[in-house]
Design a protein around this ligand. Sequence first.
Ligand SMILES: NC(=O)c1ccc[n+]([C@@H]2O[C@H](COP(=O)([O-])OP(=O)(O)OC[C@H]3O[C@@H](n4cnc5c(N)ncnc54)[C@H](OP(=O)(O)O)[C@@H]3O)[C@@H](O)[C@H]2O)c1
Length: 235
Amino acid sequence: MTTTLITGANKGLGHETARRLIAAGHTVYLGSRDADRGRRAAEQLGARPVQLDVTDDASVTAAARAIEADGGLDVLVNNAGIEQRLPDGGIIGAAELTADAIREVFDTNVFGMVRVTHAFLPLLQKSAAPVVVNVSSGLASLARMSDPADLASGYPGVAYPASKTTVNMLTVQYAKAFPGMRINAVEPGYTATDLNDHSGHQTVEEGAEIIVRMALVGPDGPTGGYFDVSGTLPW
Ligand SMILES: NC(=O)c1ccc[n+]([C@@H]2O[C@H](COP(=O)([O-])OP(=O)(O)OC[C@H]3O[C@@H](n4cnc5c(N)ncnc54)[C@H](OP(=O)(O)O)[C@@H]3O)[C@@H](O)[C@H]2O)c1
C-alpha cells in the first residue's frame, strides 16, 4: 500500500492529483491550510484530510507527526503554490517588485516546500520506494524565459518564475543528496485554476497528468529531472 501526501490539495491541480492517485490505489493525505475546506474535499474523494499550512512550522510538524503515527509516507507531492497579483488582477512586473512582494511568494513556493520536505524526509527515508514530486512551472526555465522566440518569455512577472527556478535547483540538489529517492520537478502546463483566474487553456485533468505520472514513478524511474507531459524540459 502506497501512502501519499499532497500539499494544497483542497482544489485545483492538487485536488485532481489526489483523485487520480486514489484511483491508482494510493492512500492519500489531502493537505489543506483550511481544515474545513480540506475535510470537505477529502470526504468528496475518499482521502484523509490533514491540516497543513506550508508557511507554518507548527502546522507542518503536527501533520508530519500525525502521518508518522498512522504508519508513514512513501510519496510527497509539493503542490501548494501562489502567484501574486496587483489589486486590479495585473501581474507584478520588475518595476513594481518589492522585497516584501517576492518574500511573500518565496514564503509559500520555496520556503514552504523546504519546510514540508525537511519535516517529511525522516518518514520518506523509511519508505521502500520514496518519491517526491515538486510542482514547478514552465516559467521556471531560464532557457525558455531568455528565448524571445518562446511564448513563455513574454510573461512579465518576476517573483513567481524566480520561485519556481529555485524549486528546480532544490530538486536537483535534493535528488543528488538522496539517491535512493525519486525526486523530480514537473511543469503541469497552463491550466485553468483559481491561480490564474481560470485563464489557463488546459483542464485540471490534463494538467495533473505529469504530476500523477511522476508520483507513480518506480525505483528505476528518473530522478533530478524537470518534465512536462511530453518529456524533459530545458533548465
Ligand atoms: N495552473 C497553472 O497553470 C499552473 C502552471 C504551472 C504550475 N502550477 C503550479 O501548480 C500548483 C497548484 O496550483 P493550481 O493551479 O492548482 O492553483 P490553485 O487552484 O490556486 O491551488 C493552489 C493550492 O495551494 C494552496 N496553498 C496556497 N498557499 C498555501 C499555504 N500557505 N499552505 C498550504 N496550501 C497553500 C491553496 O490553498 P487555498 O485554497 O487555501 O488557497 C490551493 O489548495 C502550484 O504550485 C502552481 O504554482 C500551476
